[in-house]
Design a binder for this molecule. Sequence first.
Ligand code: HEC
Length: 140
Amino acid sequence: MEKARCIMIGLLLVILSGTVFAESEIPGLIRSGQYSQGTLGSVNQPGQTQQSSDGVYSVGVYPLYTPELAQGEGREIIQIFCRFCHSTTYITMQPPLPAAIWEGVVNKMIDTYGAPISEDSARQIINYLRTYYTQTARKQ
Ligand code: HEC
C-alpha cells in the first residue's frame, strides 16, 4: 500500500515537472541578433525599421570590435599564443611601433606576465610584428 502511494506520488511529480519545465513559446521577447565584422572607429546607424505590432523586437547587426590581423607568415602563431589572456585588439590598437618596441612587448608578455611561449614561437611572433606592424610596414 505504502509502495503504491510512493509510485503514485512519483508519477505525479514526473508529470508536473514535465509541464512546469517544458519549453514554451513566450511572446514579446527579443530575437537573437546577428554578429558581423565591424570597423573600428565607425559605428553605422541602422536604417529605420518597421515597428513590430506583436511586441517582438529585432536587433540589427552587432559589430565585432576585433579587427583582422594582417595576412602573412606568423599570423596563425600569434592567434594561438597572443589570445590566451586578451584579444589581438591589443596589437591592432597600438600605433605603428618600431621593431625594437615590439620585441620588448613580446618579451614583457613572456617575462612579466608569464605567457607560455617558446623561444622559437616568440621569434616568429616578433618577425611577424616587425613585418606588418611597424611605421614602414603598417597599412592601416
Ligand atoms: C599570460 C597572459 C598574456 C599573454 C599570453 C599575452 N599577453 Fe599581452 N598583455 C597581458 C597583460 C596582463 C597586459 C596588460 C593589460 C593591461 O594593462 O590592461 C597585456 C598588454 C598587452 C599590450 C598592450 C601594451 C602593453 O605593453 O601593455 C600589447 C600590445 C600586448 N599585450 C601584446 C601581446 C602579444 C603580441 C602577445 C603574444 C606574444 C601577448 N600580448 C600575449 C598579458 C598577456
